[in-house]
Design a protein. Structure first.
Length: 224
């Protein structure tokens, strides 16, 4: 709920700004997670991270958020698939948190045209910013399209024109490419549902190895 997000944001902000109370806040959130049926604090916070991140960046910044990364990743570091290999940087709780919540953190940064914080996220994750943004096109623009459908189309228009997006990616090309990829997957899933396995496998082979699906490859299905 909206109240839940506000309470969690205030607890995290208190932990970030009053470091001596970090352990107390961690215990409070651990208890809340357990009472609500989540295995760890990180699991609980991940469930509300999109509205939480949005709410956070209306008041605070990425640096303040990462101060409480140990709380945000509480319970996940030991099991995180990226932790290991003897690299201290990989085990950094900031990295663990960002890897699990990339889209939720990037969305408000993209909407706010916050170049420096986005570059910080990319640096911590060890990737180039254009590649990071391109990877999250479905999440970012999917959310913006939902907002547009709800009558908030200005967000999509502003993001398409802002410096962070326009300076680091080909918006039209990336969106078209993602839509094309998902069209192929959609057709493949339809084939697997409505034709025998052997025939589906043959047609799927044509979809995945050809430059684009032909009318013959998807006979009986509407052309997209």
């Amino acid at each position: 709920s909206k109240l839940e997000v506000v309470v969690v944001r205030r607890l995290l902000a208190h932990a970030a700004l009053c470091r001596r109370d970090e352990a107390l806040v961690a215990c409070c959130l651990r208890l809340a997670a357990a009472r609500l049926g989540y295995g760890t604090t990180a699991d609980y916070l991940a469930a509300i991270m999109r509205p939480l991140a949005w709410s956070w960046f209306t008041v605070y910044d990425i640096t303040t958020l990462l101060l409480v990364a140990p709380i945000l990743s509480d319970g996940t570091a030991a099991a995180d698939p990226w932790v290991g290999g003897g690299s201290a940087a990989v085990a950094d709780p900031r990295v663990v948190f960002l890897r699990r919540n990339q889209g939720s953190v990037l969305l408000p940064l993209v909407i706010g045209d916050l170049q420096a914080p986005a570059e910080m996220v990319a640096t911590l994750l060890g990737v180039q910013l254009p590649a990071l943004l391109s990877e999250h096109v479905p999440y970012i623009f999917g959310t913006l399209l939902l907002l547009k459908a709800a009558g908030e189309g200005r967000w999509l228009d502003e993001v398409a024109r802002n410096h962070l997006v326009g300076g680091n990616m080909d918006v039209e090309g990336d969106v078209d490419r993602q839509l094309s990829n998902r069209t192929y997957l959609f057709l493949a899933n339809m084939l697997l549902d409505v034709v025998p396995d052997a025939e589906a496998a043959a047609r799927l082979e044509g979809l995945t190895h050809g430059s684009e699906p032909t009318a013959e490859a998807v006979a009986g299905l509407p052309t997209v």
